[in-house]
Design a protein around this ligand. Structure first.
Ligand SMILES: Nc1ncnc2c1ncn2[C@@H]1O[C@H](COP(=O)(O)OP(=O)(O)OP(=O)(O)O)[C@@H](O)[C@H]1O
Length: 379
């Protein structure tokens, strides 16, 4: 049973239609990330869920209780929604110590001093900042201040924690550290977390589920690895993954009752008709750089290409290869020793390709049953 349900949410700012029929279910204990480029409606969805913004249409149900109904103009106040928010600017009180900033959220809740102290200290300990409890925010680094903001949000033990780009003000190294911390915190608290980011690595590494937003709509909601291996839409295939996916114009031809051919810059591939929903003539084929296999000698089913650039990044190397008119990106582990302008032979790992309808952008191939089971491991 889902803990949070958004149904048919539409939101306008003046005449600007910013959320278009957003429907989403979030399970208890999920780490759900809203991912998408700037301006696609992630923060507005979060604010509507929190009750800080009101939708014109659509329902919100939290723990089986209706908390907002756009048509009826009914909106339960934020305090009645059992959630807490952490923003990207930490918004700490500068004249209060760390301890006071965190205990502030508990005041007015009829608790004795001992209980307040215990709960504040426990929150600070979880964020590994107990040693700083008597300092003022100005005496802390950005990362420490953000930890205080998170400690303040969890001290009231909310059922749901909303985090709006909480790591975006931190430097790259701290961001990576805080990702692991947040993931550990989620595991420890088992709180349902909803996290907004435009950083796909952040989304991939921390979430149990990702909702990909584009222009006010949700394009796909899935486990990170499923989203990566089987993007449901070309826009998702484009947005998720670094280095970027390869996109090739391709044509399909039915060759027998059980097989069909795909023709592209990668040559001819023969696939089973069981693999696809329906055969379209003109399609887009995608293949991840790590699913392009390079060799120095011709292999069965390979096509030749010319090395245009070699980009070693330490643990892996990205190689740009020109095949006819198309430049393809391939990725190899370790240091690639290919020479610019040399001839190589490439071939796609057939398990790594996806096909898309060129008009609607929707994926045409199915997820093989065994793969679907394997994907369940990554919960
Ligand atoms: N208070 C407001 N008044 C008018 N327009 C707004 C307001 N808040 C947001 N918008 C517009 O609504 C759209 C969605 O904004 P939103 O902040 O939800 O996007 P976002 O995906 O969170 O982007 P970002 O990652 O940049 O924060 C944008 O076009 C934005 O300009």
């Amino acid at each position: 049973m889902s803990l949070i349900k958004l149904e048919g949410i539409n939101k306008y700012f003046d005449k600007h239609h910013v959320l278009k029929d957003i429907s989403l279910e979030i399970e208890e204990g999920d780490f759900m990330t809203f991912l998408g480029p700037s301006g696609c409606g992630k923060t507005t969805t979060l604010r509507i869920l929190a009750g800080l913004e009101h939708q014109e249409e659509g329902l919100i149900v939290i723990s089986d209780k209706l908390v907002a109904d756009g048509q009826a103009q009914f909106f339960a106040p934020p305090a009645e929604r059992h959630l807490n928010l952490v923003f990207q600017n930490y918004a700490l009180w500068p004249h209060m110590t760390v301890f006071e900033n965190v205990s502030f959220g508990l005041e007015g809740r009829k608790r004795n001093k001992k209980e307040i102290r215990e709960r504040v200290e426990s929150s600070l300990e979880k964020l590994q900042i107990l040693a700083y409890k008597d300092r003022y925010p100005s005496e802390l680094s950005g990362g420490q201040q953000q930890r205080v903001a998170i400690a303040r949000a969890i001290v009231t033990e909310p059922k749901i924690l909303l985090l709006d780009e909480p790591l975006s003000n931190l430097d790259a190294k701290l961001r990576v550290e805080m990702r692991a911390e947040l993931k550990r915190l989620h595991h420890e608290l088992r709180t349902t977390m909803i996290y907004v980011t435009h950083d796909q690595v952040e989304a991939m590494t921390m979430s149990t589920k990702i909702a990909v937003f584009s222009e006010g709509r949700i394009l796909q909601v899935d486990k990170p690895i499923q989203l990566y291996q089987y993007p449901a839409h070309l826009t998702v295939a484009e947005f998720v993954g670094n280095p970027a996916n390869n996109f090739l114009d391709a044509t399909c031809r039915e060759s027998s009752k059980t097989t069909f051919h795909i023709h592209s810059a990668l040559g001819e591939m023969v696939m089973s008709t069981d693999w696809i929903e329906r055969i379209e003539k003109d399609v887009v084929l995608t293949v991840r750089p790590e699913d392009l296999l390079i060799s120095r000698t011709p292999q069965k089913g390979s096509v030749s290409g010319t090395v245009r650039a070699v980009l070693p990044a330490g643990p892996e190397t990205t190689i740009h290869i020109q095949c006819g008119e198309t430049i393809l990106l391939a990725k190899e582990m370790g240091v690639g020793t290919y020479l610019p302008d040399s001839t190589v032979y490439i071939k796609a790992n057939l398990e790594g390709i996806n096909l898309y309808d060129r008009t609607s952008g929707l994926r045409l191939n199915k997820i093989p049953e065994q793969k679907a089971q394997d994907l369940n491991v990554y919960v």
